[in-house]
Structures are given as C-alpha cells and as structure tokens.
Design a protein around this ligand. Structure first.
Ligand code: PMP
Length: 408
C-alpha cells in the first residue's frame, strides 16, 4: 500500500520537496505530517477535495473539525465579498463584532460576555490567564491527552510544550484523581481546563459524572471550570455543555464560528469577563489587531444564521452517531481489530490488535491508505469529522468501500 501511495502521488511528493527548502520539513502545521509524505490539496468543492495529482476525494476529515460547511459555500463567499466591499481594517470598533458576540452569548448560557481572538489556542491562553488573575491563584488543572492549542498539548505521555504557567496534569475521566488533587492543593487551583470530549487525544467522550464532578469540585474550592468547546461546540446549539446540562464558568470556542476563517473566542460569567472592561481601573489587557476583523465577524454571523442552527447541528450529530454505529457493526461483523470512539459527527477509528503498538500502527496505516486509494480522505491518525456537505450517498459509498477494502 505504501509503494502504491508513492507511485500514485508524484505531484504531492514534488510539492513537499519544494516546500522543504523554506519550511521545516515542508510543514507549517505539525498535525498535517504523515508518512511517507502528506497529500498536497489544491482545492475543494462541497464535500470533495482534489490533490495536485488530480485525485478527487470525499473529504471525511473536514479540516480536523473546523471545516463544517463543506468547501466553497456560495453563502459564505457572498458574506465575505459584502464585508470586503464595506471596507476592512477599519481601525476601530465596527457594527459587526456585536452581531457575532450577541449570537454566541445567546447560544451558551455560560457566556454572558465574550471576547474574540484569532485561534482556539489564543482563546484558551486568555481564558486561563483570566482565571489566574481573577482568582489570584497559579495552578491550572489539565488532563492527559488534552489538547488546547499548539502551546497546550498534554498528549504523547503527557509532555507539554512551552506551557506558560503551573499546571497539574491528571488522568481524564478519573473522578478520584481530581478529588485527590483538589483535596491536596485546592487553594492553589485557579481553574480546570477540560474538553468535554478529548479531541486530538482520540475522540474520547468525557463521562457525564466526571464532568459533573469537576463542576462540583471547582465550585467547592473557588476555582473556575473552563470548558474548551473548540471542537464540541458543534454537538448542539449550546455545545456539549447543553447536552450535558453542565454550566461552566468560562467557555472557549473557535474553528467554525469564524465561518471558516481564523477564529477563537473566550467568554464566561459577567463578573469574570468584566475584568477586561478597559474603562475600569486595573482592568486586564487583551489586544489583537485582528480580534474584530470584519471578514471573520461577517462570515461568523452568516455561518451561524445559515448553517449552525439547532436543527442542522442535531441532524449532523445524529448522522455521526449512525455512522459510528455502522462502522462498529462492520468491524465486528468482519472480526476486524478496530474500534470507533467519538461523539456525534466527530469520531476516531482506533486499531486494537492486542498484539503490539507496532502492529496497531501498521493496521491503521493500512486502513488509511486503502481507503485513500478508494477515494475517501480522513486523518492518518483515524480522525473523521463530518461536514454538512457530506450526504447519505457519501456515507453509503464509504461504508461499501470500507467493506470491500478491508475484505482484501
Ligand atoms: N482546543 C481544542 C479542543 C482543539 O481541538 C483545538 C484545535 N484542534 C484548539 C483548542 C486550538 O485551536 P486552534 O488550532 O484554532 O489554535
């Protein structure tokens, strides 16, 4: 499968060779690296993408969960063109940012006020910074396998990079460990930063009683509970928190709420967020040239009104649950060593050979390359995130191709 891949994708190989001269490893986004070299994708339309060798794929990855709209939406294109025609880089407040802020605060009961940033990474850094400054405490509780942005990665054995604060990294879904940490150091904990589902950590849903326990522990000890809903905001109109019936003190979002453009936002209770009110003495600073850029604001508003409705998100969630059940059934029927975890339309196929990590790696690589050859694109690590553009035909086609492909 590997040799066939190399032979099939000379254009992508050449693109990487060129890129290597000016980008380390030809790469400016580590998650896009996969052996032997990643595909170079030159465009897309609807649910399909096309690589530089002319192959067309059904895009089951959806930009690692950010690409929920499908490609080249005419509605978003018009919103962007209209915004551009009104003038961009306006050097002050605009009527547009409040439109997006009102919509986000209306969706998430945990968000009385919100501030915008340019990425989920920034949003999390600012939320954590706010929690530390407002509580006057230093420690941030995070979880193994958690991913909160480039600077906040607790995967791969829990080794974080460049974390600019004290933290305690605990096992996910482990109520006892969290209880013990709070019992020992509760007065030093500023906040708990948690994904309702570990996203990059393998699409592992948070157990409702675990997340509930975090809510209780944080409240009892005067720490803030921050839900990182950068991925899970799509689970319903009010995100995973609405499904779970848990209200955190702060919430961070990103990805699709910028209508496909670079975006992040952090929000929360008024008494926390109002520390950012610049008219107050001693307020917390938070600047950023593009925080309110009118292209993102306009695209976000149109995306929410057109696509991110309660009905559409519930339908997408249901479609994902059905696909995950179908995949699980297919693997079981064939006696194949894979399992599928996830929530709604975000899922991860995991190899489960029971033999060795090396065997698992080979199995997943084989599945990934086999499906790619058949025209279905998802992440080498097994991640899939459905967009609104994926239809019943694509799902049926994928399941059929998988059934044939893994029969070999
Ligand atoms: N939090 C979570 C849960 C994420 O999945 C991501 C991105 N994959 C981020 C934060 C960081 O967002 P960004 O890539 O926009 O910085």
């Amino acid at each position: 499968a590997l040799n066939a891949y190399v032979a099939r994708n000379p254009g992508s190989a050449a693109a990487l060779d060129r890129a290597r001269r000016v980008l380390p490893g030809g790469n400016t986004r580590t998650s896009l690296w996969s052996e032997p070299f990643p595909l170079c994708i030159e465009g897309g339309e609807g649910c399909r993408i096309r690589d530089v060798d002319g192959h067309v794929y059904v895009d089951l990855l959806g930009e690692f969960t950010a690409g929920i709209f499908g490609h080249s939406s005419p509605v978003l294109a018009k919103a962007l063109a209209d915004a551009h025609a009104r003038g961009i880089n306006l050097s002050s407040h605009t009527p547009y940012e409040v439109e997006l802020a009102e919509r986000l605060c209306a969706r998430f009961p945990s968000m009385d006020r919100v501030r915008f940033a340019n990425s989920g990474t920034e949003a999390n850094l600012m939320a954590v910074t706010a929690a530390r400054l407002v509580t006057g405490r230093g420690t941030v509780v995070v979880f193994k396998g958690g991913y909160h942005g480039g600077f906040l990665t607790f995967g791969g054995g829990g080794s974080p990079v460049n974390v600019p604060f004290d933290y305690a990294c605990l096992p996910y879904n482990d109520i006892d460990a969290a209880t013990a940490e709070f019992a020992a150091h509760g007065d030093k904990i500023a906040c708990v930063l948690v994904e309702p589902m570990l996203g990059a950590g393998g699409c592992i849903p948070g157990a409702p009683d675990f997340l509930q326990a975090l809510r209780k522990l944080a409240s009892e000890h005067g720490a803030f509970l921050i839900f990182d809903e950068v991925q899970t905001a799509r689970m319903s109109e009010g995100g995973a928190q609405a499904r779970l019936g848990i209200t955190p003190d702060m919430t961070t979002v990103g990805k699709f709420f910028g209508g496909g453009l670079a975006f992040g936002a952090f929000g929360g209770r008024a008494d926390i967020m109002d520390h950012f009110d610049p008219s107050r003495a001693g307020s917390l600073p938070h600047a950023g040239t593009f925080n309110n850029n009118s292209l993102t604001m306009a695209a976000g508003v149109t995306a929410i009104d057109t696509y991110l409705t309660a009905v559409s998100l519930d339908a997408l969630y249901a479609r994902g649950e059905t696909l995950r059940a179908s995949l699980t059934a297919l693997f079981a029927e064939r006696g194949l060593p894979f399992r599928v975890s996830g929530m709604g339309a975000i899922m991860n196929i995991h190899p489960d050979s029971g033999v060795s990590a090396e065997m698992d790696r080979k199995l997943l690589a084989l599945l990934h390359l086999t499906m790619q050859e058949r025209g279905y694109y998802f992440a080498a690590r097994g991640l899939m995130a459905l967009s609104f553009a994926i239809g019943d035909d694509e799902i049926a086609g994928f399941l059929a191709a998988l059934g044939e492909g893994i029969g070999l």
